[in-house]
Design a binder for this molecule. Structure first.
Ligand SMILES: [Zn+2]
Length: 488
């Protein structure tokens, strides 16, 4: 019953979207970004669609019925707009889904259950009973410190950095899992650093394949009390049992295009992942980004003018399981020559209320971005600060583009801190999202798309040596090597 009334609401939203085109003749002609902004600033559609998806579809786990419904919803919304092309890019993936998980702590005298959630891409069936060893932050130096005690142990590992020396970079949980595996661990118990009993999921695998040992996440409070006992010299054992499912599924990136005019062969990709984890509805990760992209496409398609370059809107699936949709798409671009046409990639992942943009590209890109940010600021300096930065980072859908040499751009978000505490957890829900944060996504990322699409010239891609230097300088060689993604 709930499902069918949800489907009615989705159908209603699609009908409304078809009926509510802004008549083109009513839109004042003028400079592209300001005309666009006059329409975007009053739109709450991104938030309304996300809200509807949250109540009618739920989570958007890749390969699940809900994930497929979300793909169809996004595809249908694109098709209500005045876009030139809407298509899907199908790919296959091994989709993991959770079954049961149970963690019991023993101290020789008794036992105690600890609340936990399984990390994704953990074994389909596992039962491990092993001594518990504190591996601190799970960095190479932590594993070196515990040495042979890691072999066969259940390792307790922080997800965030705790009491680390200043400037020490953290590693992604999947990279920490790989290090723990290489050290011989028989189970990994991650400790979340968010207070209030928050449990976090996410992939434990660097490449999307199942890892051979069970890995689960416990709350920071339980982690602290376990550590206290270990420090007191109590010998603890962890019994971690889990059953999960994994099956080969078909998933689809949902893609739409607004074809450019005189520079139509050059493409600006704006993307974000539509899929989410299954513990909540993924409202911030990444409903914020993906539903904003849908409304950007809608508003841009209503404009009485077209961008010079083609704008391609891409909603990726499979990001959470290991960037599966974006890796697959970039692989296809590499083999069909399309990569040369993609001038840059703008990625929205947990992006909202942007105050500026960061860029990872050859030197010329930052120089080009600064005046763009300045012009966007002139649209509304009280809502957009026009800040800019140069940075490269990993673990979202821009990564495959970056590693292929394509310059990447990300909004510099100004979202409340409360949002990040619910990352990948059961509280990542619509109540965290302010409609204005999404409206401002649509406004200012959309304005940037016009800047990029209409620029007289754009700087080139990375050269191979330039990319290598940039990754090394950003300290990303180590993480990329651990993940098997270092291209050299
Ligand atoms: Zn995300």
């Amino acid at each position: 019953m709930r499902q069918s009334s949800g489907l009615f609401r989705l159908a209603g939203a699609l009908f409304l979207a078809i009926c509510q085109h802004t008549p083109v003749e009513l839109v004042a002609q003028g400079a592209a970004p300001s005309t666009y902004d006059s329409l975007a600033r009053t739109s709450r559609k991104a938030y309304d669609w996300l809200s509807l998806s949250s109540t009618s579809i739920g989570h958007r786990l890749t390969g699940s019925p809900q994930g497929r419904l979300a793909e169809s919803f996004a595809d249908s919304l694109f098709r209500t707009m005045r876009l030139d092309t809407v298509y899907t890019y199908p790919f296959q993936a091994d989709a993991w889904s959770r079954g049961m998980v149970k963690l019991t702590l023993g101290d020789g005298a008794g036992s105690q259950h600890i609340a936990c959630v399984a990390l994704a891409n953990t074994p389909l069936e596992a039962l491990v009973d092993a001594p518990l060893v504190d591996a601190g932050n799970g960095l190479p130096e932590d594993l070196e410190r515990i040495g042979d005690r890691a072999k066969g142990a259940a390792l307790l590992v922080n997800i965030g950095l705790v009491a680390a020396a200043e400037g020490v970079p953290n590693l992604h949980r999947s990279e920490k899992a790989k290090l723990a595996l290489d050290a011989g661990a028989s189970a990994i118990i991650f400790v979340n650093q968010v207070t209030g009993g928050v449990l976090l999921t996410g992939t434990a695998s660097i490449d999307g394949a199942l890892i051979p040992v069970p890995a689960a996440c416990i709350a920071t409070e339980d982690g602290a009390s376990i550590r206290f006992r270990l420090e007191q010299g109590v010998l603890l054992t962890a019994r971690l049992e889990m059953r999960n499912q994994s099956e080969r599924v078909h998933a689809r990136n949902i893609i739409a295009e607004l074809r450019g005019t005189d520079l139509a062969e050059e493409v600006i990709v704006v993307g974000g992942h539509l899929d989410s984890w299954d513990l909540a509805t993924g409202a911030t990760d990444n409903g914020l980004g993906s539903f904003s992209i849908l409304d950007m496409a809608r508003v841009m398609s209503e404009m009485p003018f077209k961008p010079r370059r083609t704008v391609r809107y891409v909603l990726f699936m499979g990001e959470e399981q290991g960037l599966l949709g974006s890796r697959s798409l970039v692989d296809s671009y590499r083999s069909n020559g399309e990569l040369d046409h993609v001038r840059c990639m703008v990625n929205l992942d947990m992006s909202g209320n942007p105050q500026g943009f960061g860029v990872g590209g050859p030197e010329g890109w930052h120089k080009a971005l600064v005046p763009m940010c300045e012009r966007i600021k002139q649209l509304d300096s009280s809502a957009f600060a026009g800040t800019n930065s140069q940075e490269v980072w990993l673990h979202s859908d821009h990564q495959p583009f970056l590693l292929a040499g394509v310059p990447v751009i990300y909004p510099l978000s100004d979202l409340g801190k409360h949002i990040y505490g619910c990352y990948h957890s059961s509280c990542d829900d619509i109540h965290l999202v302010r409609p204005e944060a999404m409206t401002n996504n649509v406004r200012f990322v959309g304005a940037l798309l016009y800047e990029l699409a209409n620029a007289e010239t754009l700087p080139p891609h990375f050269t191979e040596s330039g990319l290598r230097d940039r990754l090394v300088k950003a300290g990303l060689e180590g993480p990329l090597r651990i993940g098997g993604d270092w291209p050299w």
